[in-house]
Design a protein around this ligand. Structure first.
Ligand SMILES: [Zn+2]
Length: 221
């Protein structure tokens, strides 16, 4: 190795060491009050009280532990297993996640933005289209979900979304096969009903209750 190369290698090693020291000091919250205020614009790490100090001073350092410390304690929502422990396709659980958050563009939401449409449910053509109505208070959606409940050997009546969400978090929240199949069936039912609604509005084509139910069961198999 040439003299110049050895000098460069030495400089790089020295810089790595300096950077490492600076990072640890920054994470620990020591000697970095100016750094936080000028660079980060926040006061996440306060000297002596840093949330990261405990992790930095531990025998082993893990990014995962640091992430959890910085993120803080978050409350767990009761319906988390419907999404996180759902074995169904991601596209099913994504639509169900939007339904839980009431974020689908149902006609009642579009009305609030003064986007003029007929506001009537495309499935039953009788009532205002809302999340609560579409899943599964609507006559058509109700029959589909009722048949799926029967197929799952669950002896109860189909209800609106609020009631279904409450029932699921109370009775289908475990990691058993039965509960996992139930959560997956719920997700695929929500997906197919939303898909049918979109078919009718944007493609002017309709499927029967029998066709939709059969397709949902085939998806689960
Ligand atoms: Zn309807």
């Amino acid at each position: 190795m040439s003299t110049t190369a050895r000098q460069d290698a030495g400089k790089n090693q020295h810089m790595d060491c300096e950077i490492s020291i600076l990072c640890r000091e920054a994470l620990a919250g020591a000697k970095c009050a100016n750094f936080h205020s000028s660079i980060l614009g926040t006061n996440i790490f306060t000297p002596k009280e840093s949330v990261a100090t405990e992790v930095i001073e531990a025998e082993t350092f893990a990014i995962k532990d640091m992430y959890k410390k910085l993120r803080g304690e978050l409350s767990k929502v009761p319906w988390r297993r419907m999404i996180c422990n759902n074995q169904g396709s991601p596209k099913w659980t994504f639509i169900m996640y939007l339904v839980i958050l009431r974020r689908l563009y149902t006609k009642d939401r579009l009305d609030k933005w003064e986007i003029h449409n007929d506001s009537i449910c495309s499935l039953c053509k009788a009532e205002l289209e809302t999340h609560q109505h579409l899943f599964f208070a609507c006559n058509m959606a109700n029959v589909i979900w009722q048949r799926l409940l029967h197929w799952l050997s669950i002896n109860r009546c189909s209800a609106g979304w609020n009631e279904e969400l409450e029932w699921t978090t109370l009775h289908a929240n475990r990691k058993t096969i039965q509960d996992e199949v139930y959560r997956m069936t719920l997700a695929v039912a929500v997906y197919y009903i939303w898909q049918e609604r979109n078919y009718r509005i944007f493609q002017q084509r309709e499927r029967t209750i029998e066709e939709i139910t059969k397709q949902i069961i085939q998806e689960i198999h």
